[in-house]
Design a protein around this ligand. Structure first.
Ligand code: RUB
Length: 303
């Protein structure tokens, strides 16, 4: 069945086989393209209806990373243009290509903030943050990286292994050790699942604690965020839903302890006042510049 392409990607995003905001967005764009090719024999009206349904299903896979609806909306904007079938396919390719280019540019701009001898702290597993770190290393800078474990899913292990394989000096720490080690850290660089119109950062749970600690210790805290991580609907006051995942990811209590409640929010919100800069593919901006980015790049979206 042609719908299987969409369902498969939906499942993979939901169960986190595909994860990380950028990857989620590109996977959705790719699935829409493959689906569009499969159903291109349908009438335009039927094609448009099915593509919209597919987009809605993909968007419902995870609620927080805005890269997902932004990617789907970018691709499906082709439905309103002449030759909708071709345009959807072309726009999917455009999104994927521009996403990869953005990560590369973010790497270059962000690396300018990393000096020789720096120790960087990162949290979770972000392609954009890793791009900054790898670029600084490629430029010949002698850097060290501290990675948090990132409980409960331990995405920090992926980051630690990726950077270690690249030849970088890596130290893994438990999430609660950030304040203990902050004296050794020169800069914090994390990714982003969403940036709000008022410059707040939504990212992996624990990010806001790290920002607070960095602020207290006067350590710069930067987030690496492609422009498709900016949330258009926050400009009209909508709040971003924070995904709360299965408590079993944290711990399973048995027998008489079954009654212990476990909560598992996947993301948190870092206030803009703790963010020194947002590294985007169009340059470093202060969090106060978020409104401008949304207006400039997402003016075409219905608000
Ligand atoms: C991943 C996470 C990452 C952002 C940015 O959370 O919080 O920091 O998605 O990643 P999860 P990237 O593992 O729950 O998806 O820079 O790769 O888009």
């Amino acid at each position: 069945m042609s719908e299987d392409i969409i369902k498969e990607t939906y499942e993979k995003i939901k169960n986190m086989e595909i994860r990380g905001a950028g990857r989620i967005g590109r996977a959705a764009a790719k699935a829409l393209k493959e689906y569009a090719i499969k159903i291109s024999h349908l009438s335009d009206d039927e094609f448009i209806k099915k593509m919209k349904e597919a987009g809605n299903l993909l968007i419902s896979a995870r609620p927080t990373a805005v890269s997902l609806p932004n990617a789907v909306k970018y691709v499906l904007k082709g439905l309103n243009e002449d030759n909708p079938k071709e345009r959807v396919i072309e726009r999917s390719d455009e999104f994927i290509e521009s996403s990869l280019k953005a990560i590369e540019k973010i790497g270059k701009y962000g690396a300018n903030r990393i000096k020789d001898g720096y120790t960087i702290l990162t949290h979770c597993n972000s392609e954009a943050a890793i791009s900054v770190i790898k670029t600084a290393y490629d430029e010949g800078k002698d850097i060290k990286v501290f990675c948090t474990e990132t409980r409960p899913r331990n995405q920090g292990y992926i980051t630690a292994k990726t950077l270690y394989d690249y030849g970088i000096d890596v130290t893994l720490i438990v999430d609660s050790a950030v304040r203990y080690f902050i004296k050794d850290i020169d800069i914090v660089i994390v990714g982003a699942d969403a940036i709000t119109a008022n410059g707040c950062l939504v990212n992996k749970i624990g990010t806001s604690q790290i920002a607070l600690i960095a602020n207290e210790s006067r350590v710069p805290f930067l987030t690496a965020a492609e422009t498709y991580k900016f949330h258009p609907k926050t400009i009209v006051g909508e709040l971003i839903e924070i995904e709360e995942r299965d408590p079993k990811e944290v711990v399973v209590f048995k027998d008489k302890y079954k009654g212990i409640k476990v909560r598992n929010p996947a993301f948190d919100v870092t206030p803009s006042k703790y963010i020194d800069a947002i590294i985007t593919e169009v340059g470093l901006i202060p969090p106060q510049g978020a409104w401008y980015i949304i207006e400039k790049y997402f003016g075409w979206l219905e608000k």
